[in-house]
Structures are given as C-alpha cells and as structure tokens.
Design a protein around this ligand. Structure first.
Ligand SMILES: [Zn+2]
Length: 409
C-alpha cells in the first residue's frame, strides 16, 4: 500500500538542505535515495552525466543616485562584472520592449520579467547588466539560471533578481552599480534509477520520474523533494508485489538547469525508449492544503483513461493536454506518452526562492494523489493491453518543439 506518512517524512528529510546539481547536497540526497530504494528491496544504481553548473562568489546591487542598497539574487550563467562591478544609468525596459530599449551602450536594464532567448540576444553587448523584478509583491527573489549556452553563444549579460518592492524603489534610481561574480564548473551529476522487473511482459516499462535537484542555494521542498519522495513511496509500494510489466523509477538531477538529467537519460537509453509505455512524471508536490492537477502530453486516449479513473475513484484532479516545463517533456520529444501529476498549493508562490523550505509538507498532500497513482500503476503494470497508443498527437508534438526552441540554441 502507498504510505503517505512515509512520503511526507522522506520529503522533509530531502528538503533539509539544497540539492543543486553537482554539489555535496546533491550527493547526500542521492545517497539517501539509493539507500531508501535498496531498503525497499529494489536494485538501485546511480547513472553519471556531465553537467554545467555555476558557483556564485558575489552578488550586490546599489543605487548610486540616490544612494541605497538593494538585496538581490544572481541569475546563474548570466555573466560576471568582475569585483569592481559595472555602473550605468538605470533604464526601465519592461519585458525588454524594443520601444524602451536604448540603442546606446552602458546602461543597466530594469525588466519586469526574465528575458527570453531572443530578447537576451537583442540587449547583449548594449546593456552592461540587467535587474529583473519579481512579478509578485509577496515573492522573494528567484534563484534560477538561464541555459549556459546563451552566454557561450550570444554573450554575457550579468543579471540579478530583486523583489517587486525593491524594483519599485529602483524606479527612482538614476544610476546604479551591480557586482556579480560567478565561476562555471563541469562536475559529474547523477540520476538515480531503480526497477522491479515484470513477470509476463518484462520488456514493457512503466517509468515513474521526478527530479531531486533543487535550484541554487534553495531547499526545494515542494519543488521537488515532494515529488521525489512521492516516486520513492510508489516504488516502495510495488517492490514486494509481482507485476506483469516492469516498473522503473528514474530520479533526475539537473532539471533546474534545463532538464539536463532527463536529457542525459534519454540519450543513454535511446534504444529502450520504444519499450517505455508511459512516463508518470511527478513535479511539485507535498503541500498540505492544495488542489491536484494533471498535464497530459500524450494521446487523447491516455487523458480519457486517466481522467475517467479519477472520476470513478471520486478524486478531483483537473486534467489538461499541454506541455509542462519538467522532465517528462524530454520523453515526449521522443514520442513517449507522458502524464504529469502536480499539486498546486499555498506555497507554490515560494518556488525557486529560499522560502520553499517545506514548512507545510504533510501526508495530506499524498492522500488522493498517492492512492490515485497507485491505482493507475497497478492497472497499467498488469493490463494485458495498454489502453492508449504509444504516440503524441501532432498538435502536442508541435507544442513540445516550441517549448524547446524557446530556450535551446
Ligand atoms: Zn521542479
């Protein structure tokens, strides 16, 4: 039986410290996961892959005219200013709107959101730096990164996040100085993989996935210690019973740096992808009070099946066909159907900030989704025929392509 108490307690243990890819925090989490999976009776291994990461040595922001200091958090891989920093006029450019962007060089942009790939290219070499405002007044500054390829291919744009309130203060600043120092590293990172082989159709795999890494310096409780613990609790529930198909669990690292772990997995297991009948991806889980949702990147028959199961069981799960910015999409790109489960709760606003530290993780979060996922897996692992085709509809395929083209170079 799925154990919601266990899931919540493992989520809390994982969320005790940040788990940024390639760091000792990632290693500790990996050891814990390998141990939990083998304790459950599964064979668990760690699969290495090379990842690009960064380490921040300094991030400071001060208005010079008038003088005041502003707390900030670095945008990983955006660039460096050197220890002396860069100084420039502060120019509000909204969403990097062409109409508000000066053609001269040497200014510091103040933007209302993180630039996309094309906007990045447009202001690299013109702006000396970029300040990004949080879009919600209750959010702390984000700890995220742009893909490392942007700086390598298009150039450096040292960038940092500030709170919405501080961004409002900065509107009165004529001149500011930013200091951003970061080092770029290429450590090994590891996916954790475990499986329980099927008895009748062992070559057919149902793959449960979750990312266990966090963003830089953040404990990542809801995103995604909660989903990782969910996946391990499911593996534990099936470890001691035989199923016709193979159940495999893959816990990825490097998701927060651009789905790096799942992309490494897809590359390494390319010849096996046809055997994966479904990817059940678990990202953003654990909040005590919340609402359950599902994003289907797969055939209509999958959505119909999964949605009718929720109805039969009396669970309210809101379904939509779409692309989620999470590891499942690395598989959808290869034509493997994906069902993403998530939980929207009161702490989602803290995602990617140091406040995502798990104060409200509870077994309640898993009561519905745990039983639901267990029912679905039990049926699909033992069905004589999988009730949906191994394909992605044209329209969703297009959306998957668009998703990757927004940030891949
Ligand atoms: Zn996540």
């Amino acid at each position: 039986m799925f154990d919601a108490e266990y899931a919540a307690s493992l989520a809390k243990r994982l969320a005790a410290a940040p788990r940024f890819a390639g760091t000792s925090g990632e290693r500790k989490a990996r050891d814990l996961l390998l141990n939990e999976l083998s304790q459950a009776g599964l064979e668990a291994i760690a699969e290495p892959f090379r990842v690009r990461t960064f380490k921040v040595n300094a991030c400071r922001l001060e208005s010079i005219d008038p003088p005041f200091q502003v707390p900030c958090s670095p945008l990983g891989f955006s660039g460096e200013t050197g220890p002396e920093g860069v100084t420039g006029d502060v120019i509000y450019i909204e969403s990097v709107d062409k109409a508000l962007t000066p053609s001269r060089e040497g200014w510091i942009g103040l933007a209302s959101r993180r630039p996309g790939k094309d906007e990045w290219r447009r202001i690299v070499g013109k702006a000396s730096g970029l300040i990004i405002a949080e879009d919600n007044r209750y959010r702390l500054p984000s700890h995220v990164a742009v893909p490392y390829e942007w700086r390598e291919k298009y150039g450096s744009l040292p960038s940092m996040y500030v709170s919405y309130g501080d961004a409002i203060r900065l509107l009165s600043s004529k001149k500011a100085r930013i200091v951003l120092e970061q080092k770029y590293l290429r450590p090994l990172s590891y996916n954790v993989v475990a499986e329980k082989r099927g008895t009748k159709y062992p070559d057919e795999i149902i793959l449960v996935t979750a990312h266990y890494d966090s963003v830089y310096g953040v404990r990542g409780a809801v995103d995604n210690a909660g989903g990782t613990a969910f996946a391990v609790a499911l593996a534990r529930a099936f470890a001691q019973r035989d199923s016709k198909r193979t159940l495999r669990v893959a816990l990825f690292s490097g998701e927060e740096l651009g789905l790096r772990g799942s992309q490494a997995y897809v590359k390494r297991h390319r010849e096996e992808l046809d055997k994966i009948k479904l990817v059940l991806n678990l990202d953003v889980h654990g909040d005590a009070i919340g609402r359950n949702g599902a994003v289907v990147t797969g055939p209509k028959e999958l959505k119909d099946y999964a949605e009718s199961r929720a109805k039969i069981l009396g669970y309210t799960i809101s379904f939509r066909e779409d692309v989620m910015s999470s590891d499942g999409t690395s598989f959808a790109r290869e034509g493997v159907p994906v069902l993403n489960l998530y939980r929207a709760g009161g702490t989602n606003i803290d995602m990617h900030t140091v406040r995502d530290r798990g104060d409200h993780i509870s077994p309640l979060a898993y009561r519905i989704l745990g039983a639901y996922a267990e029912t679905l897996l039990d049926e699909l692992l033992n069905a004589e025929t999988i009730p949906f085709p191994h394909s992605i509809p044209e329209e969703l395929s297009k959306k998957v392509k668009e998703y990757f083209s927004r940030w891949e170079v």
